[in-house]
Design a protein around this ligand. Structure first.
Ligand SMILES: [Zn+2]
Length: 53
């Protein structure tokens, strides 16, 4: 029973710094993720960046 670790990536709005989305990182993605997504806080589409510890 080997459990695979799923890396949950937090996507943080670059404007209000609120974490709005979660995603799982795949092997295909290199570097930092930047996605344009709708932010409820800003009420518009903003760049959401991957948040790492
Ligand atoms: Zn925002």
């Amino acid at each position: 029973m080997a459990k695979k670790k799923k890396k949950a990536i937090k996507l943080q709005c670059s404007e209000c710094k609120k974490i709005n989305y979660f995603t799982n990182k795949t092997k295909n993605i290199e570097g930092k993720i930047e996605l344009s997504k709708f932010c409820n806080e800003c009420r518009k589409h903003t760049i959401h960046k991957e948040m790492r510890k």
